[in-house]
Design a protein around this ligand. Structure first.
Ligand code: F6P
Length: 556
């Protein structure tokens, strides 16, 4: 049975918060990374922390050991460990929806953690199904699956969509994966172009089985299936949902359930992970769960002083409230992790983009900033200009992976692998260099001495030198993985989940509801018939005028 969470003070109601804000006033803006390193030869050791599968170098973050101490004091005074324990034991911490928050139970070994029996029943059934599909995957007989189309959006899309390419080296060679989320028909249409119904499996993934985009795409996919001679809907459509009745009403008989205590953005460990399991197979899916569980154990057991999700969540709060940073760039130097920034956008911003506390009081301080990013090295040729020389300080989180994922590719010759290994050195060197350049910068004096005599003939050298100056002292964090395996990726994602929880718990918000997405959905329902009949009475003038233009060919 779930119980009420224990009481904890909001961050700003603590003595530690006053001390932290005082520290920010006195030292925050004047912190210079170069001086911090010069003053503390042990800084790298002090601010490096290992957790399962992930090593974090936080020495290039804008904080010092005094900041760190204030943050740990804040964590203690906000009873962060008790708040964590409340979540893990299944207290009803999602108060606005009256729910437990137990995504950690999805990756606990059998017999451990809340709801274990139900969790493992569904897991076993799903993995047995997966092995059946994989046994015939890529075959030529009707019913042999070659293409898997996941139709879902938000938390029913982003996890599998991020993980499958990240673990490409582990994916069944006979299966292609497609992810359709947008209600824009182009999304589904372009996927369908390549498919044959007799070799396609559609997964309709929706926690509620009511989401407009997913239902629209599911109906369209079924129509395409029938139009193209597909029969045996039962074999070619499965649903992953908490609304098994809804799926049955749609006509899907094979369903894998989950529960209301799994938030959408925390659901890739549940049956929403079916595309991942189909891609990797039962053993590697279990390895991913085990990796996440290892991080859960670390989060649950490591003392505050060496608990990586705690440190990262505390750093996030310090950046937002102590230093006023409103944005965070995530830059994975790993092509497979290219969708990680998109995944984190939902995880972090849907969780912590809130402005009232659990008691409904408006918050007098900032909460979640903007999270965004692109994989390195691509980002370097786009927005890194701003990171180095723009007016805002935007902390960057680099993700580096020691072992390249191309290493095990069967279609590459040893000579080609050697070439690509060299590219991996280039990739890592780029990531290291960016963190270095952000921190060290380049003085105008240095820039002046580097100018060729002919540079910018019409512009005075001093002006050119100013343009080639880098302020430096731009902070970054680096997360290092040995390799992107299912186990390691499970641990990494769980790390981000817990870090998000930590920041939300300190801010006193409910990180597990998402009322902010509801208003637009309701208004869309109201507008939809008006798009068809053109009735714009009682609408605001801007919306009314735009509907009229949309209904007029050439009105743009
Ligand atoms: O857009 C909000 C949201 O409710 C997300 O939280 C959720 O992950 C997504 O929509 C999809 O919802 P469902 O899985 O119910 O289709």
């Amino acid at each position: 049975m779930s119980s009420a969470p224990s009481r904890a003070p909001r961050c700003d109601q603590t003595v530690a918060w006053q001390a932290l804000m005082g520290h920010a006033q006195a030292h925050g803006r004047s912190m210079d990374l170069r001086a911090l390193f010069a003053d503390d030869p042990q800084r790298v050791q002090r601010l490096g922390l290992a957790a399962p599968e992930v090593f974090a170098d936080l020495s290039r973050a804008h904080w010092d050991m005094a900041t760190h101490k204030h943050l740990l004091d804040l964590a203690r005074e906000c009873r962060l460990e008790a708040q964590r324990d409340d979540m893990l034991r299944g207290a009803c911490i999602n108060g606005t929806e009256g729910r437990q928050v137990l995504h950690t139970a999805l990756r606990a070994p059998q017999g451990q953690g809340p709801h274990s029996q139900a969790v493992h029943e569904v897991l076993e059934a799903m993995l047995a199904y997966v092995e059946g599909v994989r046994a015939r995957a890529g075959g030529t007989q009707p019913g042999d699956i070659r293409d898997v189309v996941n139709i879902g959006i938000g938390g029913s899309d982003l996890g599998p969509q991020m993980v499958v390419p990240a673990l490409e080296a582990f994916v069944h060679p006979g299966l292609n994966f497609h992810f359709v989320s947008n209600v824009d028909g182009q999304d589904l249409a372009s996927v369908l172009r390549k498919l044959r119904p007799e070799h396609t499996l559609f997964i309709i993934a929706s926690k509620t089985f009511t989401t407009q985009e997913t239902m629209a795409n599911a109906h369209a996919a079924r129509q395409w299936f029938v139009e193209h001679g597909g029969h045996d809907v039962a074999h070619h459509f499965v649903a992953t949902t908490t609304n098994v009745e809804g799926a049955r009403a749609f006509g899907i008989s094979t369903t894998f359930g989950f529960w209301d205590w799994v938030g959408g953005r925390f659901s890739m460990w549940s049956s929403i992970g079916l595309p991942i399991a189909l891609a990797l197979g039962a053993e590697q899916f279990r390895a991913m769960l085990a990796g996440a569980h290892a991080m859960d154990q670390h989060f649950a057991q490591a003392p505050l002083e060496s608990n990586l999700p705690m440190w990262l969540g505390l750093l996030d709060v310090w950046y937002r409230n102590g230093l006023g940073y409103s944005s965070r760039c995530v830059s994975p130097y790993h092509h497979g992790l290219r969708r990680l920034p998109a995944y984190l956008q939902q995880l972090v911003m849907e969780s912590n983009g809130k402005s009232v506390d659990m008691a409904g009081q408006s918050l007098p301080y900032a909460t979640c900033g903007v999270w965004w990013g692109e994989p390195g090295t691509n980002g370097q040729h786009a927005f890194f200009q701003m990171l180095h020389q723009g007016t805002d300080v935007i902390p960057v989180e680099f993700l580096l992976v020691r072992r390249p994922s191309h290493r095990d590719a069967a279609h590459l010759s040893p000579a080609l692998k050697a070439l690509l290994d060299e590219q991996h050195d280039k990739l890592l060197a780029n990531g290291l260099a960016q963190a270095q350049a952000l921190m060290w910068g380049k003085s105008t004096e240095q820039a002046r001495t580097e100018l060729a005599p002919t540079a910018g003939a019409d512009v005075p050298p001093e002006v050119i030198a100013r343009h080639r100056t880098f302020p430096g002292n731009r902070p970054s964090t680096t997360l290092l993985l040995d390799e992107v395996t299912p186990h390691a990726l499970g641990a990494l994602v769980a790390l981000y989940e817990h870090r998000t929880f930590v920041a939300g718990a300190l801010w006193g918000i409910n990180s597990f509801d998402q009322w902010g997405v509801e208003l637009g959905k309701a208004m869309c329902k109201e507008l939809l018939p008006r798009m068809a009949d053109g009735d714009v009475r009682d609408l605001d003038p801007a919306t009314a005028a735009m509907i009229c233009r949309l209904r007029t060919p050439g009105g743009a």
